[in-house]
Ligand binder design. Structure first.
Ligand SMILES: [Zn+2]
Length: 248
């Protein structure tokens, strides 16, 4: 749950708890004052805690209507509406992302489970796979997305591989494509030889299936995940130890 939604749900929880207080409590009286201010000055800049709450909820990407005229009735249902708004927004964020290339696309945000790769015992390998799946890694396709030239944004076709300088340095190219680094080739040949011995069915998959499907298979099977995570870590390290190639 994003922190923004947590804070709003916390405020709504406070609102509901104040409604349950006796009318002679100061917090209850203050809330009534705030509601009166929101009623009497609905459109001007007169500040009011209730008006601010209604505005924050109404400005969400998936707006939640706070009925200031009938707040005691509306308030108990707000936490559920806010959670639904958060899920809808998160799901749209996953589905509309232009940078997620692996299994994170199509992820159902309502399904909460500890992903198998988060149980990897070696934190370096766990970190590397997480970086790969969420596309937050040292490869140029991501790192140069964050940089700007004086003349503007570095477009994807210009984020070339630091070794071969011809293909875009993206996840699939680094893991399975580039053949211009001896260290990379050595690591890949060793990894694939071990993989095909340990799980022969992956050989056909490697040559016939899209790379995203292969990666999806490797991270979802306990027998292939540890070695794949170690390989991803090696590949990122090899790339990270060579400066990125920048077109001039
Ligand atoms: Zn390359």
């Amino acid at each position: 749950m994003p922190i923004k939604y947590r804070r709003i749900i916390l405020a709504v929880g406070f609102l509901n708890s104040v409604f349950r207080l006796a009318p002679n409590c100061l917090a209850y009286a203050a809330l009534m004052d705030s509601i009166s201010l929101a009623h009497d000055h609905p459109h001007d800049r007169q500040p009011s805690w209730v008006k601010n709450l209604a505005k924050v909820c109404g400005d969400l990407p998936e707006p939640v209507l706070v009925d200031v005229d009938d707040l005691p009735t509306c308030a108990p249902g707000l936490p559920m509406l806010l959670e639904r708004s958060a899920k809808t927004t998160l799901q749209a964020g996953w589905d509309d992302s232009t940078k997620l290339v692996f299994r994170a696309r199509g992820h159902d945000v309502t399904r909460r489970r500890l992903q198998p790769y988060l149980k990897l015992p070696d934190p370096r390998h766990r970190h590397a796979v997480t970086q790969l799946l969420l596309c937050d890694h040292p490869l140029a396709v991501e790192q140069l997305r964050r940089r700007r030239w004086a003349r503007g944004r570095i477009e994807r076709p210009q984020r070339l591989c630091r070794f071969c300088r011809t293909a875009v340095e993206d996840e699939v190219h680094a893991l399975f494509g580039c053949r211009s680094s001896e260290r990379l080739l050595l690591a890949r040949d060793q990894y694939l030889a071990d993989l095909f011995t340990q799980a022969p069915a992956t050989r056909i998959m490697f040559y016939t299936s899209p790379a995203a499907d292969l990666v999806d298979h490797l991270v979802n099977h306990t027998e292939t995940l540890p070695a794949f995570a170690a390989y991803v870590h090696d590949v990122f390290r090899i790339y990270d130890e060579t400066p990125m190639f920048l077109l001039t």
